[in-house]
Design a binder for this molecule. Structure first.
Ligand code: PMP
Length: 354
């Protein structure tokens, strides 16, 4: 059965990537071994790791003075690793609070540092990104670039004079960004980069000096930088899948992927804005292209819609329990046919079909 998967993550993967992984599963490049079986110290795996990093550097235009790390522990481990490694001068971290994932990052940072919230969009139910200019004298400022639950996104990096750390978990590689505006970028792989298990950290070289000597080895960024992500066993298969995803992006051209994302999101927002039944409540200038929450405003009707959608092969459209309603995640791998199918099902439901 073919379905369109609108999950927020783990999420849809490109079919050509899955087919390639399938074709290589039992015998990787004539080695007689599966990628799953390769030693992380083997030449074959080291080549995979090296190629993944090169592709990422090329597609994201990552300058030489940034290190690329492939870690485990999800974006969630970064909520602790960041303050542990970087909040070492003033033991102070500033945050802009844009919702649920910002709050989780704040809570974990509190174990290591004093935290301050410089701005928050709590007062409008996190339907926007705060606009006020902020200044900071903390060890760094943390922002959540794309808010997976609330469906908001930054479009411009705040410049505050202290290192800027950004959680890009749900929008990495969905749009061009200027890496130089950030000091650390991190993202779990299970949305736009591949499968769960690998977490990408892009960190400016000079920040590697900040870690206190007393930290355990896995928890130190400099350990992973020094050992090129091979200090311990990395998530080998997840890294391999990311390589396939990056090759898939490169084949089409990153610009094509970006344009497709823009067109898909625009098509859905256009529908929602003219609909008399469904709506999206996010401030227009701050709308995410990756995660689009919407609702009828009535719990029963939302439930009926979700059932109708599932009968029509559209799965995982339920919104996060803290937000309710529906949410369509349109990551890079969502084909246009998936968005067309969603628009058609929305329209039919609005016309009264059940
Ligand atoms: N930050 C954001 C913006 C997320 O969307 C998520 C996961 N949905 C996380 C952090 C946590 O990621 P993980 O589950 O990889 O720890």
């Amino acid at each position: 059965m073919t379905v369109f998967n609108f999950s927020a993550g783990p999420a849809v993967l490109p079919v050509p990537v899955l087919l390639k992984a399938q074709s290589e599963l039992l015998n990787y490049q004539g080695s007689g071994q599966s990628v799953l079986e390769l030693s992380h110290r083997s030449d074959l795996f080291e080549t995979i790791l090296h190629e993944t990093e090169s592709l990422l550097r090329e597609l994201m235009d990552i300058p030489d003075e940034y290190r690329v790390l492939f870690l485990q522990g999800g974006a969630t481990l970064q909520f602790s690793m960041l303050p542990l490694n970087l909040a070492t001068n003033r033991q102070m971290v500033d945050f802009i609070d844009t919702g649920s994932w910002s709050q989780k990052a704040i809570k974990d940072a509190q174990a290591y540092a004093t935290t301050r919230i410089l701005a928050s969009s709590a007062s409008d139910g996190y339907r926007s990104i705060p606009v006020e200019a902020v200044t900071s004298d903390a060890d760094y400022l943390h922002i959540t670039w794309n808010n997976t639950l609330e469906g908001t996104t930054y479009t411009k990096a705040p410049q505050v004079g202290v290192p800027l750390v950004a959680d890009f978990s749900s929008s990495i590689l969905s749009e061009p960004i200027d890496i130089r505006q950030f000091d650390v970028i991190y993202a779990g792989a299970q949305k736009n980069l591949g499968s769960a298990g690998m977490t990408l950290v892009i960190i400016k070289d000079e920040l590697l000096q900040r870690t206190p000597q007393s930290s355990g080895s896995y928890l130190r960024y400099d350990t992973h930088a020094k050992h090129h992500s091979l200090y311990n066993t990395p998530p080998t298969y997840s890294i391999y899948l990311t390589k396939l995803v990056l090759e898939w992006i490169k084949e089409q051209g990153f610009e094509t992927v970006v344009q497709r994302n823009r067109q898909q999101a625009a098509a859905l927002y256009t529908y929602l804005d003219q609909s008399t039944l469904f709506s999206n409540a996010v401030a227009i200038s701050d709308r995410s292209r990756m995660n689009i929450p919407f609702s009828t405003g009535q719990v029963d009707l939302d439930t009926q819609f979700l059932k109708f959608a599932e009968r029509n092969q559209l799965v995982n459209l339920k919104g996060h329990r803290s937000v309710g309603g529906m949410r369509a995640s349109l990551y890079n791998a969502m084909p246009n046919s998936g968005v067309d199918a969603l628009l058609s099902v929305l329209h039919r439901f609005e016309q009264g079909e059940r």
